[in-house]
Design a protein around this ligand. Structure first.
Ligand code: HEM
Length: 403
């Protein structure tokens, strides 16, 4: 029986890697028994098996939900209407509508804003000699970028940040879950208010694309438009924040890698991929079997919940040489952090832009980098990473060059 994967505390524990190693080696496909009202579920831990399940959307559906918590508590009410929990062929038609918002041209525009904002935020931290990297830098950029994509008016952006933090803030307590549900509703209401204007005067933003887009020859329903705006926010905010903050922690924990990156601008792209692999902000994804199937000799029945643990896949020694080593020059690096197959992260190009710009600004502006207090980690079985990262830093010396 896999160790207590439902318990958020398990995912705060960096030593859990031994447990993953054991599962990968001895029980790569294992069954977590039902307990009380909670159904049982399959736990898949090897890279190749996980990648195969991601590709197999016909036999392993996302429509009941793609998070263990949701799957264990009756399924996702947005199934079939929000991209990430919609199966092909509807999925492909809606994804086509959204794709335009992530074109190379759109990304280049957002990258300019991301660069300016990141430069200023990092400069402020360096001027102050340090700060909480999560609050001062990592939390600011992703939502700003998302607001650009959705063309949220600047005056509303602080409200959107508060609501998003509250919507994602469920930490297992009943109060937080209630506050999160209220905030989620407020976010949907906010976007509902933008719809009439975006239908009358459409732009190239995500809300306009969805509000005026068609899938299967028909306009998207209002519910689909709103849920997909929400998908962009929940998909792109906390995930990117966790990987940015995790990048800084990894560089502090591995000063020799920080030094290599400072000395060689050519390592920026591979460093972005290694940060994505190392931090793996989305611990797992879930699917539901639509038919009986067999995986590594295990009989998975139609209706069974199947969970795919990226945390484990990204440390699989069959795919990654010396997987527990953080190496900013690692190539190849085919991590599963952004998923795989038809649901591969739509915002991947944006996540990469944000991380690259942040690493470039750290190189340009920061010299000495160290911890200044205890690190706090989020409590969730779905997302993992740091929520507070107190750092001390000094201004860059002459080694780093501008990029
Ligand atoms: C899908 C992770 C950034 C929007 C996914 C999936 C993963 C993922 C694992 C696949 C879900 C599945 O197969 O069920 C991440 C991580 C990010 C990140 C780790 C940052 C480091 C972003 C950003 C955006 C975004 C910046 C948008 C602004 C989406 C959307 C989907 C998705 C819309 C659904 C794609 C589909 O179902 O076709 N993401 N994501 N993500 N992500 Fe991201």
């Amino acid at each position: 029986m896999p160790f207590g994967l439902i318990d958020p505390a398990v995912h705060q524990d960096p030593d859990a890697c031994d447990a993953w190693r054991t599962l990968r080696d001895s029980h790569p496909v294992s069954w977590c028994e039902a307990e009380g009202d909670r159904p049982g579920f399959w736990v898949i831990t090897r890279y190749q098996d996980i990648a195969a399940v991601y590709r197999d959307t016909a036999r392993l559906s996302s429509e009941q939900g793609n998070m263990l918590d949701t799957l264990l508590t009756g399924g996702d009410s947005a199934g079939g209407r929000m991209l990430v929990v919609t199966d092909p062929p509807r999925h492909s038609a809606v994804r086509k509508v959204l794709q335009g918002a992530f074109s190379a041209r759109a990304m280049a525009q957002v990258a300019d804003s991301v660069r300016t904002a990141t430069r200023d935020l990092v400069a402020a931290v360096v001027d102050a000699g340090g700060g909480d990297f999560v609050a001062d830098v990592a939390a600011q950029i992703p939502l700003m970028a998302i607001c650009e994509l959705l063309d949220v008016p600047p005056a509303d952006r602080a409200l959107m940040l508060d609501l998003t933090m509250a919507a994602m803030g469920a930490d297992g307590t009943a109060e937080a879950a209630e506050a999160a549900a209220d905030a989620q509703e407020d976010i949907l209401l906010y976007y509902a208010g933008l719809l009439p204007g975006r239908r009358e005067f459409p732009g190239g933003d995500v809300v306009s694309l969805l509000a005026n887009g068609e899938a299967g020859g028909k306009p998207l329903s209002d519910a689909e438009v709103l849920l997909n705006c929400y998908n962009i926010i929940i998909g792109g905010d906390e995930t990117t924040r966790l990987s940015s903050a995790g990048a800084v922690l990894a560089l502090i924990d591995h000063p020799e890698q920080w030094q290599r990156l400072r000395e060689d601008e050519g390592l920026l792209d591979s460093a972005v991929e290694e940060v994505l692999r190392w931090t793996t902000p989305v611990t797992h994804l879930g699917r539901t079997a639509t038919t009986d199937l067999t995986l590594r000799g295990c009989d998975i029945a139609a209706g069974d919940i199947v969970t795919l643990w990226n945390t484990s896949a990204n440390r699989d020694p069959d795919v990654f040489a010396d997987p527990y080593r953080f190496d900013v020059s690692r190539t190849p690096n085919r991590h599963l952090t952004l998923g795989h197959g038809p649901h591969f992260c739509l915002g991947g190009p944006l996540a990469r832009v944000e991380l690259r710009v942040m690493l470039a600004e750290l190189r340009n502006q920061v010299g000495g980098l160290e911890l200044a207090g205890p690190v706090e980690r989020i409590r969730s079985s779905f997302l993992t990473g740091v929520s507070r990262l107190p750092i001390r830093c000094t201004a860059a010396g002459p080694t780093a060059s501008s990029s």
